[in-house]
Design a protein around this ligand. Structure first.
Ligand code: ATP
Ligand code: MG
Length: 353
């Protein structure tokens, strides 16, 4: 049977990139899963603290993220929804895996460099004078924790956006390395190497810097549309999106990144409108930039409205159903069981039992 795992950091309310690249896919997988498929979705708070976090802010963001996951349609009765830090085995397995994780491989990962605005060739032992903050061990070894998040549940499939492909490749490497060291036969995997599932909208770009991906942690709030944004906020942000002065609408991400990003967002919000982003521009080619932006903003608003309303209901509705606290507790219990089973197998294989 399949085991699907994925995670999202509580570093702010999810944006359209998170939604189209990950969360919408999570809900779809849940709704279409075979009855014996296990689904685990984690709010990965231990990843969030690789960057300095204010405790009150983090507490609020954890709660908002749980509300967001419910708002996009995850059902806590079907999917195991939990905070990473409530399942200590994630960290325990990380230590075990880090004993065999290659520093060389980790140095080639791009995330620690981009979070510190370092060049691609930066070295962990000498991150250079441009480094805004000293490179911390946790930020550097983050992919090992991510591998552990996946492998601790023996996940077979991991739905993520394109920016995580590299980390998934690393997770497979870690699993294979562990199996090679500790499996009794080459046919049985103690830790199955997970497959990546990329959603079609795998990389939504920033509205203000369309050559960068949309991110929760971008300083500029106008760079992203949140799943909770009102109609007015959506229109304002799309209106101020960076485009170009070429006449008409066409799709070419390399020469027209801003316009192409808007077209992609519109297409992926509602794939029934055309066969591809490029085909969509056939119908839009004579529009002015202003008209395109209005159409895009309206499409976003229409398709995100239900999510926004459910979010308000979960966060402020009160009354009906279990509280967020209870949902988190119940998910943690089920995730601990799943993780405990794997730790049993891992301990036995390594002689730690
Ligand atoms: P942060 O800036 O704090 O890293 P983030 O926006 O990158 O936040 P994550 O919590 O790191 O979000 O990632 C959650 C999921 O969303 C991952 O599967 C990631 O691949 C996906 N994702 C993030 N940004 C985008 C994007 N712009 N387009 C498509 N998918 C995305
Ligand atoms: Mg990220």
């Amino acid at each position: 049977p399949q085991v699907i795992f994925s995670g999202i950091q509580p570093t702010g309310v999810p944006h359209l990139g998170n939604y189209l690249g990950a969360l919408r896919q999570w809900a779809k997988l849940q709704n279409e899963a075979a009855p014996d498929t296990t689904l685990l979705y984690s709010i990965v708070d231990l990843h969030a603290i690789t960057i300095k976090q204010d405790p009150a802010q983090l507490r609020q963001w954890r709660k908002e993220m749980l509300a967001s996951l419910l708002a996009v349609g995850l059902d806590p009765k079907r999917s195991i929804i939990f905070y990473q830090s409530s399942v200590p085995a994630h960290s325990e397995l990380m230590w075990i895996l880090s004993c065999n994780a290659s520093m060389g491989y980790l140095s080639r990962m791009t995330q620690w460099k981009s979070k510190l605005s370092l060049p691609d060739n930066a070295s962990p032992l000498d991150p250079g004078p441009t480094s805004k903050a000293a490179l911390k061990l946790g930020l550097f070894s983050y992919p090992v924790l991510q591998a552990s998040d996946i492998l601790i549940h023996r996940a077979t499939h991991v739905p993520v956006g394109d920016d995580q492909s590299q980390h998934l490749e690393f997770a497979r490497e870690v699993a294979n390395g562990f199996n090679h060291l500790f499996s009794r036969s080459s046919k049985t995997h103690i830790l199955p190497p997970p497959e990546t599932i990329l959603s079609p909208a795998k990389r939504v770009m920033s509205l203000t810097q369309p050559t960068k991906k949309m991110s929760k942690s971008d300083q500029d709030v106008k760079s992203r549309i949140l799943i909770t944004d009102s109609r007015e906020e959506i229109f304002k942000k799309v209106k101020s999106a960076l485009t170009d002065s070429i006449e008409g609408v066409s799709y070419d991400p390399s020469t027209r990144p801003g316009v192409s990003n808007l077209v992609e967002i519109m297409y992926y919000m509602d794939e029934s409108v055309a066969d591809s982003p490029k085909a969509l521009t056939q119908d839009l080619r004579e529009l002015s930039m202003r008209a395109l932006k209005e159409l895009v903003a309206d499409t976003i608003n229409v398709h995100i409205r239900d999510v926004r309303e459910r979010y308000q209901g979960v966060m402020y509705g009160g009354g009906n159903g279990n509280s967020l606290g209870e949902i988190g507790e119940e998910g943690a219990g089920r995730a601990r069981e799943s993780a405990g089973r794997t730790m049993g197998i891992v301990r036995e294989a390594m002689g730690l039992d």
